[in-house]
Design a binder for this molecule. Sequence first.
Ligand code: UDP
Ligand code: MG
Length: 316
Amino acid sequence: MQKPIIGIILPCYNEEEVLDFTISKLNEVLNKLKSNKTISINSFIALVDDGSKDKTWSLIKSYANDLTTIKGLKLSKNVGHQNALLAGLLNFNNDADALISIDADLQDDISIIPEMINEFVQRDIQVVYAVRSKRDTDSLFKKYSALFFYKLMHWMKVNIVYNHADYRLCSNKIIEALSQYNEVNLFLRGIIPTIGFSSSIVYYERKSRVAGVSKYPLGKMLSFALNGITSFSNYPLKLVTLISFIVLSLCILATLYAIGSFFLTSIVPGWLSTVLPLYFLGGVQLFCLGIMGEYIAKIYSEVKSRPKYFIENRID
Ligand code: UDP
Ligand code: MG
């Protein structure tokens, strides 16, 4: 393949503090690749404003006016990182041969972009996953919770790339395929590996944010992880059966013990037989209901299949 058009997609939510830095750094990388004729001069950076409340959109507009390489997309409201990213990928797919998605704070190392593009151009790889080689810049909690999450997903037979977030290169073919997925609860790092085609991995180290604060507080992170599990695995449902089985066995043992006590020792009549089933059945029923509730909630939102975002404005 010769000189592909590459688009870099950045979802932005209240990122006024980092945009300046981000755009200048990315432009440096793109300009170098354009001047050594690796990529087409039409390659661009597309900023998706995910309903920011600060000056993000007005900044994007002024950048787009000053620089020909900048495109902007404004969503009608905040729809979350995954939906904003999807909006960017689907809306700019026709303008490029491959799109690279990366967070707007550039915590992920952009010096591997040439290598990612190389995989696409030289080896015709359709998805290039950027994977963190280590997690030194994470808090201890984030590090171990992430490790636990990936292990758990693996154990539940969900095919996700270890230590890969949403920093990746996808070719037109992949995004075309992605557009045919209709799910509302998006978990892109779970969906992309199910598409197939050729893929490869490029390693990098993640830095700390240069400015601004994380838009992924603990609550959002946990619900994202839970979404990942319930969107790709029915293992929790199977777990319910397993647990009920164990509890049932314990109940039988407890019943035998209760009957034994009744004949061999003196107990307050009626106590054991009242309290045992209460504990066991109450606990297990609540647990089962909880898990089923998760899936029912999911079916509820999937069945409605509401639009994931609306475009308010686009500048090229
Ligand atoms: N983001 C977004 N919508 C949101 C929250 C976050 O588009 O509702 C973007 C954000 O601007 C950033 C990326 O998602 O480009 C990742 O967010 P952040 O860097 O805050 O997450 P962290 O790196 O702390 O996990
Ligand atoms: Mg970040």
